[in-house]
Design a protein around this ligand. Structure first.
Ligand code: MN
Ligand code: MN
Length: 242
């Protein structure tokens, strides 16, 4: 059950409206890493899970994201409002100015309509929690860039609040993932093929323009077995687990 409380989660103050910045803010309203996507992803995951603890947490955060949508929508609306009457302002986002009268709508900053294709929902807790951790990381960096491009102190304060909450959510999802007690590479039920799982395929050859084969902890040391040019020697691949 949802209930609307007639106040914002964070009070929004804007000094001088900046329609071009308002257009950028739409990325967090109707964009791929925005608040509606976050609210829908976590709430729908919450509907799908049978674990009462995860369900409660996902619905809590999904609901908070709806409150973020309200804050970012209010902030964007304040910056976009001059578009309604001012021709120069309208040029910052003709779609919003002409079709929406300077009001927010569920588009990203380039005018692409919001889509459920943004959502990552698999019904597998260790997979969905990782998607959520990545979603929060993307939201954090988008807020950081918006703050960098913002001159208005009141807008910066609201964005700082929203950015901080995304890190809080990241902390919740990471802790929840840890609480499942699964090893980092343990996904689902089936085990990967032994041997094959530890083979690093070096699928490039040649040197030129400063490019050469590189090594790092991602292909050297530990359990790694480096296999050069498997395309030419496919027998090196441990497909039978031997
Ligand atoms: Mn959020
Ligand atoms: Mn979040």
């Amino acid at each position: 059950m949802y209930h609307h409380v007639k106040k914002l989660m964070y009070t929004v103050k804007v000094g001088d409206p900046d329609p071009r910045f308002g257009n950028m803010l739409l990325e967090q309203f109707g964009g791929a890493n925005g608040e509606l996507a976050a609210a829908m992803q976590y709430s729908v995951q919450g509907l799908n899970t049978d674990d009462p603890g995860l369900k409660d947490m996902l619905m809590d955060i999904g609901t908070e994201e709806l409150s973020h949508l309200e804050v970012i929508g209010t902030l964007a609306r304040m910056h976009l409002k001059p578009m309604k009457k001012d021709r120069d302002a309208a040029e910052a986002d003709p779609l919003i100015a002409i079709c929406g009268g300077g009001g927010v709508n569920l588009y990203n900053s380039m005018g692409n309509a919001w889509t459920a294709d943004y959502l990552k929902i698999t019904g597998q807790p260790e997979v969905d929690l990782r998607s959520n951790i990545a979603a929060e990381a993307r939201a954090k960096i988008v807020y950081e860039r918006l703050i960098d491009f913002c001159d208005d102190p009141g807008s910066k304060d609201a964005l700082q609040f929203l950015m901080t909450r995304e890190i809080t959510h990241m902390k919740v999802f990471m802790t929840a993932l840890d609480s499942l007690g699964k090893k980092p590479l343990e996904i689902g039920k089936l085990k990967p093929t032994e041997g094959l799982v530890d083979q690093y395929f070096n699928d490039s050859t040649g040197e030129g323009d400063g490019a050469k084969d590189m090594t790092g902890p991602w292909n050297e040391g530990g359990d790694w077995e480096r296999v050069d040019n498997p395309a030419f020697e496919p027998g090196k691949m441990k497909v039978d687990g031997d």
